[in-house]
Design a protein around this ligand. Structure first.
Ligand SMILES: NC(=O)c1ccc[n+]([C@@H]2O[C@H](COP(=O)([O-])OP(=O)(O)OC[C@H]3O[C@@H](n4cnc5c(N)ncnc54)[C@H](O)[C@@H]3O)[C@@H](O)[C@H]2O)c1
Length: 260
């Protein structure tokens, strides 16, 4: 009998980076369990060959447990977990509802990631080791205006990854974060539709463009793959150079540049 196919769980798989990741892993031979809280997006995802779907909110412990149960029941093993769900959108700190929003965002970006790691570790251990990738953000590396709760919780997710990586390294479980920069997804569609705002942001990206979700999926694939066998506790930045600058970056012009 042939060995069971390698299996990945991917959260927030109904759209954007998660969807591209689920499709990439399935295209490269993985069995995939895709989790999302949006039933319509999930119905679309279910049409992808090699993907089974689970409706649920990653902030709930039950969803994380069901995700692992489904992977083991349908495919017999678990090798990779892509904990990709993220939430944002808090009002300014002084406004009504700011702290309730922080709690809700924390529930997805930190609690959800912690619940995910907790749920998948026993199955990865049983497979003899495995890889967990948490989708953080460049927002977790520095501050940004008006996104204090998102940046705070993404920073916490980064240190969750570093700390958990230390705890599970000896069990052969690698845990890393991807820190995407500006990426064309449903989350950023409103900004992209505002041509002035989108141009202003694009000017700050050294590569001069936003990422496609498929480019982030390739980075996640690398972190999950044997090519990254010595990589754990790391944060792989995939942001077109955005966070490399101290803020002085200006896009090239036809004008002569000052010499250093
Ligand atoms: N798009 C960007 O520019 C960007 C940049 C940096 C980091 N990120 C991070 O990448 C991840 C994916 O973002 P995206 O831009 O691909 O988003 P997206 O809006 O395209 O898709 C997100 C999906 O997650 C699902 N979802 C939301 N909350 C959920 C929950 N609690 N449980 C289960 N599913 C949930 C939604 O239904 C949706 O299908 C997030 O963690 C986000 O913070 C995105």
């Amino acid at each position: 009998m042939s060995a069971p196919r390698k299996t990945a769980v991917v959260t927030a798989a109904g759209s954007g980076i998660g969807r591209a990741t689920a499709e990439l892993f399935a295209a490269r031979g993985f069995a995939v369990v895709g989790v999302d809280s949006d039933p319509e997006r999930l119905a679309e995802l279910a049409k992808v060959d090699g993907v089974v779907t689970l409706l649920g909110d990653v902030a709930e412990e039950r969803t994380n447990g069901e995700m692992v149960d489904l992977a083991l029941r349908r495919f017999g093993r678990l090798d990779v977990a892509v904990l990709n769900a993220g939430a944002g959108g808090a009002p300014p700190l002084e406004d009504d509802g700011a702290i309730a929003a922080l709690d809700a965002i924390h529930a997805v970006n930190v609690r959800g990631a912690a619940l995910g790691i907790r749920a998948v570790v026993p199955a990865l251990r049983a497979a003899g080791g495995g890889s967990i990738i948490v989708t953080a953000s460049v927002a977790g590396l520095r501050g940004d205006p008006y996104t204090w709760a998102y940046n705070t919780t993404k920073a916490a997710a980064v240190n969750l990854v570093r700390s958990a990586a230390l705890d599970y390294a000896y069990q052969g479980i690698r845990i890393n974060a991807i820190a995407p920069g500006l990426t064309r997804t449903a989350r950023t569609a409103a900004v992209l539709q505002d041509a002035g705002r989108a141009d202003e942001l694009t000017r700050r990206i050294p590569l001069g463009r936003w990422a496609d979700p498929e480019e982030q999926a390739e980075v996640i694939w690398f972190l999950a793959s044997p090519a990254a066998s010595y990589v754990t506790g790391s944060v792989l930045v995939s942001d077109g150079g955005l966070s490399a600058s101290n803020g002085l970056f200006l896009p090239p012009t036809a004008e002569p540049r000052p010499s250093s």
